[in-house]
Write a protein of this length. Structure first.
Length: 229
């Protein structure tokens, strides 16, 4: 497998548009992640100008916001990128022919999961911190918010549309870690992008996903690729 030397957000977009898929973090496929493909200075650039620099983490925020790629927790519950060209088949495979409400009606989706998708359908994009408050996920209330939203991202029903920061009152400057803004996949990336492979069976879409990944992961066994997706 050719491992590129990625140095910018544009490099990420070019590479993912070529190969189709890319996990953000290291995983069981050696070399196949953004973390593997950047020099350490682009992953963590230390403390300068009174701010900690995490260049690759900033790229993912830019990508999520401009939607040049699809970003979310798609790979074994961890974050990564999918090209817009490949996302429809990925959706079709992960959803197994179901929109979320049909999945619930047939008894394959938990009530808590449906409540979150319904909430986003009604509210529009919202910070995860605000969603927790609105939906009663708190110390003495419901639990499992992160587990549920991760599962819904894995199923491609919701996604990350941007990240927002707290702003210091004195300086007006953002600080801390960016907080994800979630939205339904159809609203975030469009119904056409999410559903245009529905005319294929989930099995046909899986074959297309495997074929695309196999083109760049020549030395990987199919079982290792399946473990990733």
């Amino acid at each position: 497998m050719h491992i590129p030397n990625i140095k910018s957000k544009d490099d990420v977009v070019l590479y993912v548009n070529e190969v189709g898929y890319l996990p953000f973090f290291r995983n069981h496929i050696s070399g196949f992640s953004l973390e593997d493909m950047v020099e350490s200075i682009y992953w963590y650039d230390g403390f300068s100008d009174k701010e900690i620099k995490w260049p690759a983490w900033s790229w993912r925020e830019e990508i999520a916001k401009d939607k040049s790629l699809i970003y979310g927790k798609f790979f074994r519950g961890k974050a990564g990128f999918i090209s817009r060209e490949c996302f429809s088949d990925f959706c079709n495979y992960r959803r197994q022919g179901y929109d979320y409400d049909a999945l619930y009606d047939d008894g394959f989706m938990k009530k808590t999961d449906k409540e979150i998708v319904d909430f986003l359908n009604n509210s529009g994009p919202m910070l995860t911190s605000q969603m927790k408050k609105e939906l009663g996920f708190c110390k003495d209330g419901k639990s499992g918010f992160d587990t549920i939203t991760n599962r819904l991202q894995m199923q491609t029903y919701i996604g990350v549309t941007e990240f927002r920061y707290k702003v210091a009152k004195k300086t007006g400057q953002p600080y801390g870690w960016g907080v994800a803004v979630l939205d339904t996949a159809e609203h975030c990336w469009g119904e056409e992008l999410c559903r245009s492979a529905y005319h294929r069976t989930p099995e046909e879409s899986l074959e297309r996903v495997l074929e695309k990944l196999s083109q760049s992961l020549l030395d990987c066994k199919e079982a290792d690729i399946m473990k990733l997706i």
